[in-house]
Design a protein around this ligand. Structure first.
Ligand SMILES: *[C@@H]1O[C@H](CO)[C@@H](O)[C@H](O)[C@H]1NC(C)=O
Ligand SMILES: *[C@@H]1O[C@H](CO)[C@@H](O)[C@H](O)[C@H]1NC(C)=O
Ligand SMILES: *[C@@H]1O[C@H](CO)[C@@H](O)[C@H](O)[C@H]1NC(C)=O
Ligand SMILES: *[C@@H]1O[C@H](CO)[C@@H](O)[C@H](O)[C@H]1NC(C)=O
Ligand SMILES: *[C@@H]1O[C@H](CO)[C@@H](O)[C@H](O)[C@H]1NC(C)=O
Ligand SMILES: *[C@@H]1O[C@H](CO)[C@@H](O)[C@H](O)[C@H]1NC(C)=O
Length: 473
């Protein structure tokens, strides 16, 4: 009986072995065939072919609207997958030939066979299949001039994860051809540098729709700081403190440390607000040290400072009485400038990144508006709208000059004529001062205040209050 069983098992093993070889062969033939079909359709080439095809014969058509590189990368990826599958199958077959004895002994069980087929054959084949299917071939569209153009959705072939592809594929209007914006499609945008962090972005977008997101705001922020900004939206629920308390009323919240329970501390070194004090060397952040100490913050912009580079809010507002109502505070802070301005009935939006401490939560818990933006992008504010831009603690000698120039022009754009640019304690190397001064002065703003003071042996502070003039055109 037992002998018979072993014998049967042995036969089974052999059969499975042959089946596997057969299947493997079939798979390779099928994939080669279907690839060949693709090939003859003209869509699969080696890198060089792709370039030659897309950039010479039809250069005028493909040049701008079509990302041949992404497409060829995706094809390469699938080819690699198939190749490694083939190698695996071949070596498995070889192994079988060598270990005939083992096979005959029937030591490979049915379960193992099944598992092998599932894990090593079916799954990779399926993945390759999906990846091939997901390659979005450019559509040929006839436009009014009767010349065909190739339209390719930007970046879509760079990603495999379905949720990213769903996010970035354009959404048509449900009524009529044009939507509210009078465009054909709504494009959800992501930062172009997202393609440099494909793996990370795919991890970020890997979730179950409708369930809780991972606790990954920090990971998300890293992606943003690395240029994947804007990040895609997600369809998962963000985590929140389980013990969130209602915030203090605004007459108290402006100058009071918020409730520790209203922040999720898991990604910070500290676990409460008092731990963020500058006296604590392990506070987890270094820019803006002391920002979380209200006694220190209360002294800013109100008292006469020993430093000439510190202007007071009342002096600044006195330059334009009643005219300064809304503005932007661009820098790293906990919102004290906005708090002081609020007391003057001026509404200030404060930019904030959570660099090692919960800056955004802190500002919001004070009853002020944090604007979560990086340096990467154009500010989401319209031209000629702001009465005031204040900047401190951020813009200093580390900024690339070209980057700074783009930023300054953006600020000029959003500042209204007659609006004020308050550069507060900008600092840099003494030797670079001329360059920076040129950059600030190039806009020909009216100088209300302009002060330079030494910071250290080699460094200097510059504070300035400048007014954007009306422009003739
Ligand atoms: C077969 O499997 C048994 C246990 O599953 C193991 O003890 C034995 O060494 C194996 N025989 C061979 C030839 O691998
Ligand atoms: C479009 O161009 C093709 C040749 O490229 C021509 O045969 C056809 O008649 C044109 N159609 C129209 C509507 O002009
Ligand atoms: C804040 O305002 C509320 C009423 O709006 C008042 O009851 C409370 O005493 C005020 N707190 C302070 C510190 O003034
Ligand atoms: C705040 O955190 C620090 C260290 O993380 C701890 O030593 C301290 O006791 C905490 N304070 C409060 C009030 O919870
Ligand atoms: C600040 O200094 C000015 C003159 O520089 C003086 O008039 C004013 O009283 C001082 N204010 C305070 C609060 O010390
Ligand atoms: C701010 O507005 C309130 C209500 O309009 C007013 O009572 C208060 O005097 C204003 N404060 C300043 C500094 O203008």
């Amino acid at each position: 009986m037992r002998n018979k069983l072993i014998h049967t098992k042995g036969r089974l093993g052999r059969t499975m072995g042959w089946l596997q070889i057969l299947l493997g062969g079939l798979v390779i033939i099928m994939t080669t065939l279907s690839l060949f079909k693709f090939y003859s359709a003209g869509f699969i080439f080696h890198k060089d072919d792709v370039c030659r095809y897309f950039y010479t014969t039809t250069r005028h058509v493909y040049e701008e609207s079509f990302d041949a590189k992404a497409l060829s990368d995706r094809v390469e990826e699938v080819l690699d997958q198939l190749e490694s599958l083939q190698e695996k199958l071949e070596s498995a077959v070889e192994e079988m030939g060598k270990n005939k004895q083992v096979l005959n002994n029937g030591n490979i069980t049915r379960i193992e066979h099944k598992k092998y087929l599932e894990e090593e054959v079916i799954k990779p084949l399926y993945n390759a299949h999906i990846a091939l299917r997901q390659i979005r071939l450019p559509k040929v569209e006839k436009n009014s001039k009767n010349s065909s153009t190739i339209k390719e959705e930007p970046l879509i072939n760079n990603f495999v994860v379905e949720e990213i592809r769903k996010y970035i594929s354009p959404k048509k209007s449900r009524i009529g051809k044009l939507n509210m914006y009078m465009t054909e499609n709504i494009y959800n945008t992501i930062g172009h540098a997202c393609v440099l962090h494909k793996k990370e972005l795919e991890d970020y977008m890997d979730y179950d729709i409708g369930s809780y997101c991972k606790d990954d705001w920090n990971f998300a922020q890293k992606l943003m700081l690395n240029g994947c900004d804007p990040l895609p939206r997600r369809r998962c629920l963000t985590r929140a403190s389980k013990v969130y308390q209602k915030p203090y009323p605004v007459n108290e919240s402006l100058w009071r440390l918020p409730d520790n329970r209203n922040v999720r501390w898991s990604n910070y070194q500290c676990r409460n607000f008092s731990c963020l004090s500058s006296k604590n060397p392990k506070r987890g952040y270094n820019k803006c040290s002391g920002c979380f100490e209200m006694e220190k913050e209360k002294l800013k912009w109100v008292r006469n400072s020993s430093l000439a580079v510190d202007f007071s809010i009342s002096d600044v507002l006195a330059i334009k009485p009643g005219e300064i109502r809304i503005g932007l505070d661009f820098g790293i802070s906990t919102g004290s400038f906005a708090a002081r301005m609020r007391e003057q009935n001026v509404t200030i939006v404060t930019t904030a990144l959570n660099l090692g401490a919960p800056f955004n939560e802190f500002i919001a818990l004070r009853g002020l508006i944090p604007l979560y933006v990086t340096l990467n992008q154009r500010l989401p504010l319209f031209d000629n709208t702001m009465d005031l831009i204040h900047t401190t603690g951020f813009m200093d000698g580390w900024l690339d000059m070209l980057l700074l120039d783009f930023i300054l022009f953006d600020w000029d754009r959003i500042l209204r004529p007659g609006g004020l640019l308050w550069i507060d304690r900008f600092f840099c190397d003494r030797k670079d001062l001329d360059d920076y001064m040129y950059m600030f002065l190039q806009f020909r703003y009216k100088k209300h205040k302009w002060t330079i003071a030494p910071k250290s042996k080699n460094e200097v502070y510059l504070s300035a209050l400048l007014e954007k003039p009306p422009r003739a055109i």
